[in-house]
Every structure is written in C-alpha cells, then in structure tokens.
Write a protein that binds this ligand. Structure first.
Ligand SMILES: Cc1cc2nc3c(=O)[nH]c(=O)nc-3n(C[C@H](O)[C@H](O)[C@H](O)COP(=O)(O)O)c2cc1C
Length: 354
C-alpha cells in the first residue's frame, strides 16, 4: 500500500501527534467571565473524537482588556485555569494533543459578537491599547499607546497565562501573533509608528513580540512544544510581508519556538486579497526552508490536498478551521478517502467502517 503522509505521527520534543491534522483555533464567543463551559467541552471534544491529532483551544486572552469580545475565553485567573482542566483531560483521553492559543486583542479588542455585527462595542466598551494611537478603522476607538511600563505588564500577563496553561495540563502552547491583534500590530509598520526602541526598523518592531515569546518560553517547559501563529503578510504594499516574516521566523527559532503557524491578514481593515484553496500554504513552505517546523492553514478542505501539503514538505501540520465546523469527523472521512485505517474510538466501532 502506498504511504500516506497525512496519517504519519509527528513527534516534537516530548509530544507525539498521531497524525498531521489539527483543529485550528476558533473563537466560540461563548465564555462567561473568561471561563469555558460545556459548549467548549462538546465543541472541542467532538473534534478530538473525530480523529484530529491536535486540537487548539481558541484565542484565550491573557488579560480582561485583551479580549476581542466580552465572551472570549481568558486565562488570567485560577478559576479559568480550573475550568479548562476537564477539557484538557477529555482531549487527551480521546488521543489528541491538547493545545491552547494565548493572545491579546490590542486595538481590535472590545467588539460585539460576530453574529451581532462584530463591530466595536457601543455600550459596555472598554479602553483599548496598541503600539500607537492609530485606530483599526474609522469605527474603532483610537487605542492608548502602551508605555514601556505597561508593555512589561503585558509581558508578565503572557508569562502568567502560559504558566496557567501548563497547570491546566496543556501539552502545546501557541502564542497568537497574527490577525492584527496586539503582537502583530507591533510587527506591522502600518500600525506601529512608535519612536522608541519598539518602533521603526524591523528589529525594533519585532522587539516586543520577541520579548513576549522569550518570557513565555522561560515558563513553558523545555520538553513541550511552543508554537507561534503569525500573519505572514498584511497583503498591503508597505505593510508586513513574507520577507520580514522569514526574519521573524529565524528569531523565533533562536528563542526556542518549535513551530511557526503560518496565517495571514487581519491587520488592515477592508483589504482585498485573493483567497482560494491553500492560499497561505506558500508562506508555510517558504518559512519551513528556515529549518523550522511549520503549520499550514487556510482553505485546506480536501484530503488529497492536505496529503500533498505534507508529502511535498510544504508544512509539518495542516490546520483546518471552517471545514472542521462542517465536519468534526473530517480526519475519519479523510482516512477513508485516502485508504488508511485509523484507530476507532471503541464506542464508535459499530459506525466507523473501513
Ligand atoms: C469561527 C472562527 C473563529 C476563529 N478564531 C480564531 C482564533 O481564535 N485564533 C486564530 O488564530 N484564528 C482564528 N480563526 C481563523 C482560523 O483559525 C483559520 O486560520 C482561518 O479560518 C482559515 O482556515 P480555514 O480556511 O480552514 O477556515 C477563526 C476562524 C473561524 C471561522
């Protein structure tokens, strides 16, 4: 039988992923006071049962003001940590690797639920922060420019959340440095126009995100993988781009980051760019040439397409988001399509036919 790469295990440090398929982090906007609940357990748990090798819990705020919406998950207190534990235990018991993404929404914080329009909150808004007093759009608040002392406190928030993620039992931690949120907004010259050592040339713009990653790496156990999600391009002339992402990836690797998760966009409002099957895979392919592991994400929906990404060395993992919302059993269906037999949860043996 021909070898199928999508279902080959991958070991990073002390963690083994049973296949190369991950559930991309997806905000559910369903937490109360930053605490997860039965929605998160069932949502994440069903995708673990479905056979993914990795399940990444959604962008989880390191501080209350760093939430995209009031209903975001958080990891700034002990109760939030405790409530994540049963989810982690379930994911592991279903044979998947439990990961969590931690982040700070920066100048894109304080918004309504997507199904209620998603725009900046009108009632109940809270002050937002960023590298420079430049609003994300004409509708958004102008963010407060973080002082150097405030930056130190954000670094401490990230480190504390990383420690809590560990206490909760997660095996992989992902730092969210994509999609226009705080860390990405420091990287991009379009949102960062600071005149201190955190703004200006590429080295200065990378300084704060790298400080965060360094602080996180110090508390995140050496034997467990650390991922960073980046937006490899702003898709705008004069913005953040692949060339700068390559330099960033080298720096991340030097700090002990194990895998760069290659997304794009989100930093510039109303930018028009072409999407389509695998439209971000080229970013992952290029960054992987820096001798760092990568994940590819974005319109990966077809098992043969996913297999090609892994087989041809464009990425080490594929992450699926919307397709996993349509089909939590995508890994099982993909295995059938590719002619691979995967382990069946015993409870489901009578339904999973080969
Ligand atoms: C409902 C939803 C919520 C999302 N939340 C997050 C998130 O918390 N963190 C993140 O990095 N990306 C988030 N994304 C982006 C996805 O992880 C993914 O990168 C994007 O949807 C492209 O992949 P896809 O074409 O497979 O959907 C979200 C996407 C969706 C559809």
């Amino acid at each position: 039988m021909r070898e199928i790469h999508l279902f080959q295990p991958l070991t990073i440090k002390d963690v083994t992923f049973k296949n190369r398929i991950g559930v991309s982090p997806m905000c559910q906007y369903s937490a109360v006071d930053g605490e997860v609940n039965s929605w998160h357990l069932v949502h994440l748990g069903s995708r673990a049962i479905g056979g993914a090798g990795l399940v990444v819990v959604e962008a989880t705020a390191v501080a209350p003001e760093g939430r995209i919406s009031l209903q975001d998950c958080g990891l700034w207190n002990d109760l939030q940590e405790q409530k994540l534990r049963p989810i982690v235990e379930f994911l592991k018991s279903a044979g998947t690797v439990a990961a969590i993404q931690i982040g700070h929404a920066g100048r894109k914080a304080s918004t309504a639920l997507p199904w209620e329009g998603g725009g900046p909150l009108e009632s109940g808004a809270w002050p937002i922060v960023g590298p420079s007093p430049i609003a994300f759009s004409s509708k958004h608040q102008v963010p407060h420019e973080l002082t150097e002392q405030e930056l130190e406190s954000v670094v401490a928030d990230f480190a504390a959340a990383a420690q809590r993620a560990r206490n909760a039992g997660f095996q992989v931690l992902e730092v969210h440095a994509a999609h226009g949120y705080l860390l990405h907004s420091f990287l991009s010259p379009l949102s960062n126009q600071r005149e201190d050592e955190y703004g200006g040339d590429l080295r200065n713009r990378m300084r704060f995100p790298l400080r965060v990653v360094e602080a996180v790496r110090e508390v995140w156990p050496e034997n467990l993988p650390l991922f960073v999600r980046i937006s490899a391009s702003d898709w705008v002339e004069g913005g953040w781009d692949l060339e700068q992402s390559v330099v960033l990836a080298r720096e991340l690797k030097a700090l002990g980051v194990d895998l760069v998760d290659c997304s794009s966009g989100g930093g510039v409002c109303d930018v028009d760019y072409e999407t389509g099957p695998g439209y971000q895979v080229a970013f992952s392919e290029r960054i992987r040439k820096e001798d760092v592991l990568t994940a590819a994400v974005g319109e990966i929906t077809d098992p043969h397409q996913a297999e090609t990404v892994i087989r041809t060395g464009q990425a080490d993992l594929v992450l699926l988001a919307r397709e996993m919302l349509r089909d939590p059993y995508w890994p099982y269906h993909a295995a059938r399509e590719l002619g691979v037999k995967i382990d069946t949860p015993p409870q489901y043996q009578r339904g999973w036919r080969w």
